[in-house]
Design a protein around this ligand. Structure first.
Ligand SMILES: [Zn+2]
Length: 188
């Protein structure tokens, strides 16, 4: 909480606008800024040109464990972890920047993004509170989103072991996890 109080109001508005542009739910803005609900609502309508959708945020970790979403979530999280190490950004700015880089990566591979910015934000929370973790694939060595305490020695990722129905071709199976070099090239 300390980090957000030192953000100036202007910076908070900038962050809120950026999140709205990326399609974030209102709850994300409420959580990440000190701006009032009424103010955020006005801002949302102004920037998005419509009222925010109502309803609960996705609270379950299950979505991240399904095949294609897991690969997308892992791609995002690899970028996020990398930025966390090399860039000194506020937490929410790291999420925003990592999410933009994620979009660049999937667009470059002509794949539909499956991870929303709200889910990406949520994922970082799940990692922070230990409800999800990252495990290294025993075959390809890539790091993937898993339940905590996954046994790395036996773990095989969704790219190395796609479900039978996936078939060949590009779908999400064609999605390559960015190496740190790729991310570094885009991060600056
Ligand atoms: Zn693998």
């Amino acid at each position: 909480m300390g980090a957000k109080s030192i953000l100036t109001e202007a910076k908070q508005i900038e962050t809120a606008v950026e999140l709205i542009r990326l399609g974030a739910r209102l709850q994300v803005l409420e959580s990440e800024t000190d701006l009032s609900y009424e103010r955020l609502l006005r801002l949302y309508k102004e920037v998005a040109g419509k009222s925010p959708s109502k309803g609960q945020l996705p609270f379950s970790t299950d979505w991240f464990m399904t095949w294609q979403p897991n690969i997308h979530a892992s791609l995002f999280l690899n970028i996020h972890e990398y930025l966390n190490k090399v860039a000194e950004l506020d937490e929410i700015d790291t999420v925003i920047k990592a999410y933009k880089l994620y979009l660049e990566q999937v667009n470059a591979q002509e794949i539909e993004p499956q991870l929303s910015v709200t889910r990406a934000w949520r994922l970082v929370k799940f990692i922070d509170n230990g409800m999800l973790s990252m495990t290294k694939c025993s075959k390809c060595g890539g790091h993937f989103v898993t339940h905590p305490h996954e046994i790395a020695r036996h773990y095989v990722c969704g790219l190395c072991n796609p479900p039978a129905r996936a078939g060949k071709g590009r779908a999400a199976g064609g999605l390559r996890l960015a190496g740190n070099e790729d991310v570094a090239a885009h991060a600056h």
